[in-house]
Design a protein around this ligand. Sequence first.
Ligand code: FES
Length: 193
Amino acid sequence: MKKRKKNPAGGKRPKQIAAPEAPTQTPGDIQPSRRRFLNRIWLILAAIGVVEFGVMLIHFFRPRKPQAGLPEAKTRITVGRISDFRPGSVTAYPQGRFYLVCLEDGGFMALSRQCTHLGCTVPWDAENQQFACPCHASVFDITGGVINAPAPRPLDRFPVTIENEWVHVDFGQRIRRGQFRDDQVVYAKNDNE
Ligand code: FES
């Protein structure tokens, strides 16, 4: 006759605990509420995105007022000493979109690189000492005066000042002109245009 093994825990066998009841909700019941919750989150995030985008647009298109006490955008630059420029030379300043012209008599002019016909960039032709527009063949002399149409007027100019041997150009102030005049040229002894 076989002997029954004793329970190592001693004594009585533990009662069998009933397995927990299966949840009455099926996955199909849970998912819709979770989906609703996620949809709400997405809606909130989308709304925040739309608001942020709107604020960004408003900032982008709103005209900016200069703040009191802060300097305005710097458009006046120092281009060099008088002695840096050879008489009869033309020096390009692409960042300011102008040429600094040093005339044979030592006078200075700052001329726009934009053709006054339709706005093409006009290169300096050092060999022929003239600005020749590649678009429709307008030609300008070293002072920006029109030699060849269709350009309707001389190249625009920018104010030049000379202070203590240093030459400055304000490329923020474009000046239109109908013709070349002597008072458009700036000399060392004349600080203001
Ligand atoms: S744009 Fe220069 S000639 Fe037309």
